[in-house]
Write a protein that binds this ligand. Structure first.
Ligand code: CP
Length: 308
């Protein structure tokens, strides 16, 4: 009933048993979330800070809701309106917050490795809510959980991840999670947005999106992360959309039904057309719904309250 790790810094450090335990715990919490009374007292008397140094809609709301559903006390910290703007360091900020008897830290940061660094300096459990271009573990868990929910298993399922693989923490965490759970993974997109040697992670590469769609059971479509690109890596968004964007006509012309996923936020009309995003292929809002149960599971399993 416990994870092999004290923190959730990335999927890289988890094993398949950890991931299965998170999924089974999320199954229980998902059942509770269907009830008229959606709250349980599992984390009563636990205080959690949501420390966001980078913008977020889904992840932040999902964590806060998960914490409230578990009966925890929550504090929301936004770097832009804090003393970070006066030069306070990450460690000083967190040590000050912890001195007010905060038990767990959920952290999003623009620097890859920031939660790993923090974990070496503070005693509280840390959950990575996305660090730079490194990992976004709870996104990958909710993505894999949503696929498992549709197919009952991840084993041998064919998942293609399409888009800006180079700058995507979602892609890396998804690759680790899917591979650990026995899925087959390809990545697809422009050569400039796919890291060299990515095959060493056990994935196949195709630059032909139509070929990737023909092969897969599920396509996880990613946003172009212009904010992380220091130089242009493709000509124009219009050209990107023309060669690498997914639309409903492409999905309807396939010989089989596939599922479309997207971690959000969607750039409608760039990587995914509205008619595809809103079609029966899409499980995008199921992903968001499942995020709350997955985050409840992670918070509960890392709280140290599993045996009490
Ligand atoms: N998927 C995701 O991380 O979305 P937000 O940036 O809105 O949290």
């Amino acid at each position: 009933m416990s994870l092999s790790t004290k923190h959730l810094l990335g999927i890289k450090n988890l094993n398949a048993n950890d991931i299965e335990l998170i999924f089974q715990t999320a199954d229980t919490f998902k059942g509770i979330l269907q009830r008229p009374i959606k709250k349980v007292p599992s984390l009563r008397d636990t205080t959690i800070v949501n420390l966001f140094y980078e913008n977020s809609t889904r992840t932040r709301i999902s964590f806060e809701l998960a914490e409230k559903r578990l009966g925890a006390d929550t504090i929301n910290f936004t770097a832009s309106s804090s003393s970070v703007s006066k030069g306070e360091t990450l460690i000083d900020t967190v040590k000050n917050i912890l001195s007010m008897k905060v038990d767990m830290v959920v952290m999003r940061h623009q620097a890859s490795g920031a939660p790993h660094f923090l974990s070496q300096h503070i005693p509280a459990a840390i959950i990575n809510a996305g660090d730079g271009t490194n990992e976004h573990p709870t996104q990958a868990l909710l993505d894999s959980y949503s696929i498992r929910e549709k197919f009952n298993t991840l084993k041998d399922k064919k998942i293609t991840i399409i888009g800006d693989i180079m700058h995507s923490r979602v892609a890396l965490s998804n690759i680790y999670c899917l591979k650990k759970m026995g899925a087959k993974v390809t990545v697809s997109g422009p050569p400039t947005l796919i890291p060299k040697h990515i095959e060493s992670l056990g994935v196949q590469v195709t630059y032909n999106v139509a070929e990737a769609l023909e092969w897969c059971d599920v396509a996880n479509v990613l946003r172009i992360q212009l904010e992380r690109q220091n130089m242009p890596l493709f000509s124009t968004l219009r050209e990107y959309s023309l060669y690498y964007g997914i639309n409903k006509k492409m999905l309807d012309s396939l010989k089989k039904e596939i599922l479309i996923m997207h971690p959000g936020p969607i750039n409608r009309g760039v990587e995914l057309s509205s008619d595809a995003a809103d079609s029966h292929h899409s499980i995008i809002l199921n992903q968001v719904e499942n995020g709350v149960a997955i985050r409840m599971a992670v918070l509960y399993l890392l709280s140290g309250k599993t045996t009490s």
